[in-house]
Design a protein around this ligand. Structure first.
Ligand code: FES
Ligand code: FES
Length: 155
């Protein structure tokens, strides 16, 4: 198998039935992507595939060959956190943190693909991932702050 993750090409043997989630965590040691329900319901395994958020537990790794996979490990540059990561900290969008990698990747898809998203549409997108701790308000505020920073940077 040949998989491109966070800009790096990995080549390895793998069973055709291995999920993308198992492969990221168990073969590539990218354990930032979390596992919980393994049936597409919770969203903790969300990664980007060619810029679109997907549930890594619902996809075979072989299906991701030829695409650019991005995980939470790719958001920071060295020790410098990305804008969404900083916004989640600043706006208290993290409590236990288990859902956070999935939300960060879901929100990265919004930030890059739909920065003009309306409030109700943003809430609908973010409601597709489950968080038991934060009540979502702070997550929405963090994503809005990151979008505002992006707009400021491009103004
Ligand atoms: S582990 Fe993939 S959606 Fe829950
Ligand atoms: S911060 Fe705990 S589940 Fe979201």
């Amino acid at each position: 198998m040949r998989l491109t993750v966070n800009g790096r090409v990995h080549e390895f043997d793998a069973a055709p039935t291995a999920s993308l989630l198992e492969t990221l965590r168990d073969r590539l040691a990218l354990t930032g992507t979390k596992v919980a329900c393994s049936r597409g319901e919770c969203g903790v395994c969300t990664v980007l595939l060619d810029g679109a958020p997907i549930r890594a537990c619902l996809m075979f790794a072989v299906q991701a060959q030829g695409a650019a996979v991005r995980t939470v490990e790719g958001l920071a540059t060295g020790d410098v956190l990305g804008s969404l990561q900083r916004a989640f900290i600043a706006h208290h969008g993290v409590q236990c943190g288990f859902c956070t990698p999935g939300f960060l990747m879901l929100a990265t898809g919004v930030l890059e693909g739909e920065p003009d998203i309306a409030d109700d549409a943003l809430q609908e997108v973010l409601s597709s991932n489950l968080c038991r701790c934060t009540g979502y308000r702070n997550i929405v505020a963090a994503v809005r702050a990151a979008i505002a920073e992006l707009r400021g940077a491009s103004a």
